[in-house]
Design a binder for this molecule. Structure first.
Ligand SMILES: NC(=O)c1ccc[n+]([C@@H]2O[C@H](COP(=O)([O-])OP(=O)(O)OC[C@H]3O[C@@H](n4cnc5c(N)ncnc54)[C@H](OP(=O)(O)O)[C@@H]3O)[C@@H](O)[C@H]2O)c1
Length: 249
């Protein structure tokens, strides 16, 4: 279902738009007729998403952990479109490390990208979100359970969810809607980058039976959930899980 027409002229800023879930969200918003500012490090991938949307898609190449890049991103969005109706910080990293291997370096890697840079970017974006606008964070379904090897990753997303609830309460004063989508295992490069093929096969074989669909989800399902949250003022401070039943099975 598309809402084309009703959303034309609205502007979204999406980080992680060069791959996987962020890319899918960007494509969905563009299909709805929105203006989209796409951010990531891989210029070629960003250009592929933006092509055929001249004038409505603006790409900004940069590293979300770099303060200067974050400032340039928000300034570019405002220069191009004037304001930001929907902010979706989807950029994230995931590496496997057992509980006894979670070093300060591993923790900082996850916290810097998955939490601190998002908080810093939110500080810069919020002044440019008009009343009725929204923020949709991308968490993970595993913050409510335990997943071997992902303690640092899960902790970084847990921090993000706690932050999201307070942001939802405070930013209501500016009539800004704040929520999070918590995807379960989803078919994106994050898995193939984190694990060698033979280990990934074993992990997928463990996860598969708990998914009521029996397979990893499509990033488009996450984009659908983001779309549902971005424009609904009755849903506030929620964590919407798209995990095909993994958490209940
Ligand atoms: N796939 C899943 O099963 C799953 C489940 C739950 C939650 N998530 C979350 O969904 C989000 C998207 O992940 P994905 O699965 O779509 O993975 P992905 O395909 O690997 O995409 C990750 C994205 O994050 C960007 N990124 C990472 N570090 C960055 C940095 N320092 N600066 C700028 N951009 C950076 C990447 O950009 P470049 O490639 O351009 O560097 C890429 O666009 C993440 O927050 C992840 O935690 C994924």
């Amino acid at each position: 279902m598309t809402l084309s027409g009703t959303l034309a002229g609205k502007t979204a800023l999406i980080t992680g738009a060069s791959s996987g879930i962020g890319q899918s969200i960007a494509q969905r918003f563009l299909a709805e007729g929105m203006n989209v500012v796409l951010f990531g490090r891989n210029k070629q991938n960003l250009q592929q998403v933006a092509q055929e949307h001249d004038g409505r898609a603006c790409i900004v190449v940069g590293d979300v952990t770099a303060a200067a890049d974050r400032q340039r991103l928000v300034q570019s969005a405002v220069d191009q479109f004037g304001h930001i109706d929907v902010f979706v910080p989807a950029a994230g990293v995931l590496t496997f490390a057992g509980v006894e291997q979670v070093t300060e370096q591993v923790l900082l890697h996850h916290l810097n990208t998955n939490f601190i840079s998002i908080v810093e970017l939110t500080n810069l974006v919020v002044p440019h979100i008009p009343r009725g606008g929204s923020v949709v964070f991308i968490s993970t379904s595993i913050t409510s359970g335990g997943f071997p090897g992902l303690a640092a990753y899960s902790a970084s997303k847990g921090a993000l969810e706690a932050y999201m609830r307070t942001a939802a309460v405070e930013l209501a004063a500016k009539d800004i809607i704040v929520n999070a989508v918590a995807p379960g295992p989803t078919k994106t490069p994050i898995w193939t980058q984190a694990l060698p093929p033979e280990i990934l096969q074993q992990v997928a074989a463990t996860i598969g039976p708990r998914l009521l669909t029996r397979e990893f989800g499509d990033p488009e399902a996450v984009a659908d959930a983001v779309m549902a949250l971005a424009f609904n003022p009755s849903i506030r401070g929620q964590r919407i899980v798209t995990d095909a039943g993994y958490g209940i099975n």
